[in-house]
Design a protein around this ligand. Structure first.
Ligand SMILES: Nc1ncnc2c1ncn2[C@@H]1O[C@H](COP(=O)(O)OP(=O)(O)OP(=O)(O)O)[C@@H](O)[C@H]1O
Length: 233
């Protein structure tokens, strides 16, 4: 598939298979098409050519609502409704679909304090907001989880704590996870498989070790070197 916005080609003709039950990281320089790829998977935008299938079901305007119920999604800034409390944000879809949401279990899973559940997003810290976004995405127990920079604008200590928690959550839940990051250390720590993009194209797919030992192009090495400190994990 591919995606263009007007004349700009955000994603060139690309074919990507996401293994189920595994964690995949999409990484690459700013503007390379990571978020575009994630939005295409979710059906938030329509490909200019080709198609997306989830569990053999093609994402179309007719199927997108049904598919989205099987997919949890955390957008770049968390995307919480500011006029709803954490609890109301988390249960919104469940109420809409008359499905129960086990809030105490979710709060334990993401280590969110129960007394924060009745606060509004503005009354929570950045890290807590990310945890609420994650609880909301997990509320209906989706098979697939898509996260657009889930640890974006967080200070390094909070980020590192959340990385540890996310890794445990991913291992525990064994869902199909696709997340976007700028950070190779984070990708290597959290993901089974890394997909490196550049200028709307996939440059290489594999593990950090594959990238280090068998770089597909000089750009792979250049990208790794630019993140040297983090890759020395
Ligand atoms: N709605 C839009 N209209 C026009 N161009 C867009 C739109 N959304 C994204 N683009 C362009 O498409 C390209 C890919 O954008 P995308 O958001 O997928 O990149 P990204 O890799 O997620 O970047 P970042 O890491 O900075 O978030 C960029 O050149 C961007 O400017």
């Amino acid at each position: 598939m591919s995606k263009r916005y007007g004349v700009a080609e955000a994603l060139k003709e690309t074919s990507l298979e996401i293994p189920s039950g595994q964690v995949t990281a999409l990484i690459g320089p700013s503007g390379c098409g990571k978020s575009t790829l994630l939005r295409l998977i979710l059906g938030l935008i329509v490909p200019s050519s080709g198609q997306v299938s989830i569990d053999d079901q093609v994402v179309t305007p007719a199927t997108v609502q049904e598919i989205r119920r099987k997919v949890g999604y955390v957008i770049q800034d968390g995307g919480l409704f500011p006029h709803l409390t954490a609890r109301e944000n988390i249960t919104l879809m469940g109420r809409h679909l008359s499905r129960p949401v086990d809030i105490p279990a979710l709060a334990r899973l993401v280590r969110f304090p129960e007394d924060g559940l009745d606060r509004y997003p503005l009354e929570l810290s950045g890290g807590q907001r990310q945890r609420v976004g994650l609880m909301r995405a997990l509320a209906l127990d989706p098979q697939t989880l898509l996260l657009d920079e889930p640890l974006g604008a967080l200070d390094p200590l909070v980020r590192s704590g959340l990385q540890t928690d996310l890794r445990e959550i991913f291992r525990e839940l064994r869902k199909t996870v696709v997340f976007v990051t700028h950070d190779m250390g984070e990708a290597a720590y959290l993901a089974d498989r890394i997909v490196l993009l550049r200028d709307g194209e996939i440059v290489q797919e594999g593990t950090l070790e594959d990238f280090q030992k068998h770089p597909a192009t000089p750009f792979v090495t250049e990208f790794l070197n630019a993140q040297r400190a983090l890759v020395a994990l």
